[in-house]
Write a new protein. Structure first.
Length: 73
């Protein structure tokens, strides 16, 4: 069974950096597949279904897993 975690994805078209917590499943070391749905009023940097590289970064809420690059999608 795949490990489910929360990955923070940057929202596009915002005046400042805004991050959305998104449920994702592990598909390899440092790789997650983003799960949806994406709210209609938002545009994520990486869409639901995309496989993204992730790393830990410090955001205002503490140290979290952040999507930093697309592998597919």
């Amino acid at each position: 069974m795949a490990e489910i975690s929360t990955v923070y994805v940057r929202l596009c078209d915002e005046g400042v950096d805004v991050w959305r917590p998104v449920t994702a499943e592990s598909v390899g070391t440092g790789l997650r597949r983003l799960m949806g749905p994406m709210p209609p009023e938002e545009t994520w940097q990486y869409p639901p279904g995309a496989v993204v590289r992730c790393e830990y970064r410090k955001l205002s809420g503490g140290r979290v897993l952040v999507a930093v690059g697309s592998v597919s999608g």
